[in-house]
Ligand binder design. Structure first.
Ligand SMILES: Nc1ncnc2c1ncn2[C@@H]1O[C@H](COP(=O)(O)OP(=O)(O)OP(=O)(O)O)[C@@H](O)[C@H]1O
Length: 510
């Protein structure tokens, strides 16, 4: 493996990180995008690192969907909103730390939070018990207190915007200007009636959402009233601890004027905790919330993160004009490392569904077990043998399947373990090749599922040479069938041009 340069840093990334999709940018401002965290109604959120920071702290970059609103005042409103949000205390709330509203697609950056969305957590583990529920209600109340004290309303408080980390809940994703329609479509059960009718974000509307989230966390269902019945009606509160019911009921009031203030919400929540714990906790203030959390926030385990090597350097972009794709590693050439590589890792470990990770077949396909002189040429690309894993020419070793290799399906193996099942063909099997713009690449595990799925009995996808290079630069070996432009020359030293690369992968079951 090449020596790590000063421009290589290790980043802890979530194992479920999706790869960047074709058409995604490689970088946004100074942020190098590593993979996709998800996409919502307003934008796509990418895991990223700041190329100017040596810390390797993972960030979440939200790139807003293309804007239909193009009036200068729209961008001014967005800037004002983001500036206000950036000014809010970020202990429990996740503020934007940078943004650019002038970009064609405006973007904002937040610290990455390793946590599980409340809705997913409740789906997986069931409703929160009394202590944890009160801790959640207190922490979310504290976020609202921090926001409201700056005259800022959240405007889009939903269970998927509350991430449960090991240290407590974190609230993100405040509403941005122009999201009203989106709320009416997607967030109805959590949204105050006046907001659904077009009202602006407001403190009373946040209080309604706070209560709706508390009901969901306590019962596993939103407080959706039957036609005509107010959400505050009793049946919807069954399952909410009795000590919390009065404040929750008031907070769900139809009329915003009947709802409690955030101060009352916090006061009642802490009082509920004191009532159940018998504690003489301090009166309502930040420290009381901290006490509740330290006593009650148990059993939330953050998903593990995997170390990834990300190289930062100078060079041209993945999407810039491409000549020979063997040229220099670059910030952007690395943009798919985490994504593609993690997709491979995730797929290989059964973490990613979809056709890119075909379910295991009982044995490798005929072509996968070939590789001898009669079959197609099968090679291993191993970045560990590469001087610089982002530069060509590409070192490859012709391989064949070990006779003793167990019939373990590749889909269940990490790329390293799969690669172990292949042995070099003869001595001196190492050669060099060029991947050019013309090289046809069909990949299986590492590429993005999407249009173009090739019905070639392996479930492969066509990708560009650069994506393949990005994947290799991530550091995992690949076993692939290859075709060359011309015959091998006598000395065997000159790099041969590859016309086709097909990742070897087992046939998906019928
Ligand atoms: N700071 C962050 N740290 C970790 N994950 C994040 C962060 N911000 C967003 N995410 C994740 O990114 C994904 C997409 O986020 P986004 O806010 O776009 O989704 P959403 O809440 O479904 O959408 P929207 O509210 O915009 O309709 C979600 O899974 C969210 O948990």
């Amino acid at each position: 493996m090449s020596r790590p340069s000063e421009r290589e840093i290790t980043v802890l990334v979530p194992p479920h990180l999706d790869p960047l999709a074709p058409g995604d940018p490689d970088s946004v401002g100074p942020y190098v995008l590593i993979g996709r965290l998800g996409a919502g109604g307003t934008g796509t959120v990418f895991a990223a690192i700041d190329a100017n920071e040596a810390s390797g702290d993972l960030m979440a970059v939200k790139v807003l969907h293309p804007w239909s609103a193009e009036e200068p005042e729209d961008r001014a409103r967005l800037r004002a909103r983001l500036a206000a949000l950036a000014d809010v205390d970020g202990r429990t709330y996740v503020p934007p730390v940078a943004f650019d509203v002038q970009a064609r697609q405006p973007w904002l950056v937040m610290p990455y939070v390793a946590g599980l969305p409340l809705d997913g957590f409740v789906d997986d583990h069931g409703p929160l018990g009394r202590g944890r529920l009160i801790a959640l209600a207190a922490a979310v109340g504290e976020v609202l207190s921090a926001l409201h004290s700056k005259q800022v309303a959240h405007g889009d408080l939903t269970p998927d915007n509350v991430l449960l980390s090991g240290r407590g809940p974190r609230v993100l994703d405040c509403a941005l200007p122009g999201e009203g329609e989106l709320l009416r479509r997607n967030a109805a059960p959590w949204t105050a009636p006046e907001r659904l009718e077009g009202g602006e974000p407001s403190s009373p509307a946040d209080i309604f959402s706070w209560a709706a989230i508390a009901v969901f966390a306590a019962t596993g269902r939103p407080p959706v009233a039957e036609e005509g019945a107010p959400a505050s009606a009793s049946p919807w509160l069954e399952g909410v601890p009795a000590e919390m019911r009065p404040i929750v009921r008031r907070a769900l009031s139809e009329d915003p004027r009947d709802r409690p203030t955030v101060r009352e919400v916090l006061g009642s929540t802490i009082a509920a905790w004191e009532a159940i714990s018998g504690s003489d906790a301090a009166p309502v203030q930040g420290t009381a919330v901290t006490q509740v959390l330290s006593r009650e926030w148990r059993g939330v385990v953050e998903p593990d993160r995997l170390p990834r090597l990300v190289r930062l350097g100078t060079g041209r972009g993945r999407t810039a004009g491409r000549g020979l794709l063997i040229a220099g590693g670059s910030v952007v050439a690395l943009a798919l490392i985490g994504g593609g590589g993690l997709a491979a890792y995730a797929a290989a470990n059964g973490l990613l569904p979809g056709p890119a990770a075909p379910t295991a077949s009982p044995s490798p396909s005929p072509s996968a077990s070939a590789g001898g002189p009669e079959g197609p040429t099968i090679v291993r690309f191993d970045p560990a043998e590469q001087e610089n894993p982002a530069d060509g020419p590409w070192v490859y070793t012709q391989v064949e399947r070990r006779p003793s290799a167990p019939a373990t399906p590749a889909a269940t193996l990490a790329p390293d373990a799969w690669s172990e099942q292949w042995q070099p063909v003869g001595e001196d099997a190492e050669r060099k090749a060029l991947i050019t713009e013309e090289t046809e690449v069909l990949c299986a595990r590492f590429c993005v599922p999407g249009p173009g799925y090739v019905e070639d009995d392996r479930g492969t996808f066509p990708m560009e040479g650069q994506d393949f290079i990005d994947y290799l630069a991530w550091g995992q070996p690949v076993i692939a069938e290859v075709e060359f432009a011309g015959p091998e020359d006598e000395g065997g030293d000159r790099p041969r041009e590859l016309t086709r690369i097909v990742e070897v992968y087992p046939t998906p079951p019928d």
